[in-house]
Write a protein that binds this ligand. Structure first.
Ligand code: SAM
Length: 270
């Protein structure tokens, strides 16, 4: 067998079809916007991502699948302007609220999808394009090509490593099998097939995370499971409670598998 005989696109599609969670619609993300913002805007993930990003103050950044501005808001303090593209109106409303609170007035929000015509959306080419934890697409190659075309200097993509943010032990505890679906290695190989030799860095978050309440800790686990039944909810609660400890006013939760992400990046031909 030769490397070029491997059909990464088909393998990616097949692995995706087996994954344990459903693809989310914009309305699903709308419902999650406030909770996602609460859990992620101050996550240690942000500092780890930004430590790897090389940007100049006069550059602009296109953030695809920006969510509530996890990266767009801190980035707006480092560059001339940021365009935040997301198909969830509630995520963009969260972003606008948080940007205002942070005093950032150089972010343009655009409600749109990976598959929309970005020219029709009047999105210009930016120096840098990023897509963090937002590559939820049916055509991965097309999405990667699009990012490459819209970036004059560099592209940064954050993709899952193995289970990514999911806790496989939770699935075992509630009696479900866990199938993580395709992770970053597919993306790196599909980029290779496009003639793009990307670099990869790894962002590993702490396996212990602190929460302001037990309910917040429970919420941060509930999002992992689609269509949680009442029996599964009880098992999930027992799983979380067994790992939670109270430290003063805060709650600390330790898991076996720390969340891991791959930061895939490359310089574009310009
Ligand atoms: C997990 S959040 C990531 C948010 C942010 N980039 C981060 O790293 O925290 C995924 C975001 O991608 C958006 N998204 C998912 N599929 C999308 C699509 N097809 N078009 C545009 N946005 C999409 C969702 O609405 C959500 O805000």
């Amino acid at each position: 067998m030769r490397y070029q005989d491997i059909d990464w696109d088909t393998m990616w599609l097949e692995s995706r079809a087996r994954k344990s969670w459903k693809k989310k619609k914009s309305s699903d993300w709308d419902k999650r916007a406030a909770g996602f913002a609460e859990r992620n805007l101050d996550s240690p993930f942000v500092a780890q991502f930004l430590a790897h990003l090389e940007v100049e103050p006069e550059w602009s950044v296109l953030d695809v699948g920006s969510g509530p501005g996890t990266l767009a808001i801190p980035l707006a303090g480092q560059v001339r302007r940021v365009t935040a593209l997301d198909y969830s109106a509630s995520m963009l409303a969260e972003l606008e609220k948080q940007a205002k609170a942070a005093g950032r007035d150089n972010i343009t929000t655009v409600q749109g999808s990976w598959t929309d015509d970005w020219q029709t959306l009047a999105i210009p080419r930016h120096e840098v394009a990023i897509a963090s934890r937002s590559l939820s697409v049916d055509d991965l190659k097309g999405a990667l090509r699009k990012l490459n075309d819209w970036a004059g200097k560099a592209v940064y993509v954050v993709d899952r490593v193995g289970a990514g943010p999911f806790d496989p032990d939770l699935f075992r505890a509630i009696g479900r099998t866990f199938e993580p679906g395709p992770d970053y290695i597919f993306t790196v190989n599909i980029l290779y097939s496009l003639g793009i030799h990307a670099r990869v860095d790894f962002l590993t978050l702490d396996s212990t995370r602190t929460y302001s309440s037990r309910e917040e800790a429970l919420q941060s686990y509930r999002w992992m499971v689609d269509d949680l039944t009442a029996d599964e909810e009880k098992l999930l609660t027992a799983y979380v409670d067994a790992r939670l400890s109270r430290i003063g006013e805060r709650w600390q939760l330790a898991r076996q598998t720390p969340p891991r992400w791959a930061l895939i990046w490359w310089r574009t031909p310009g």
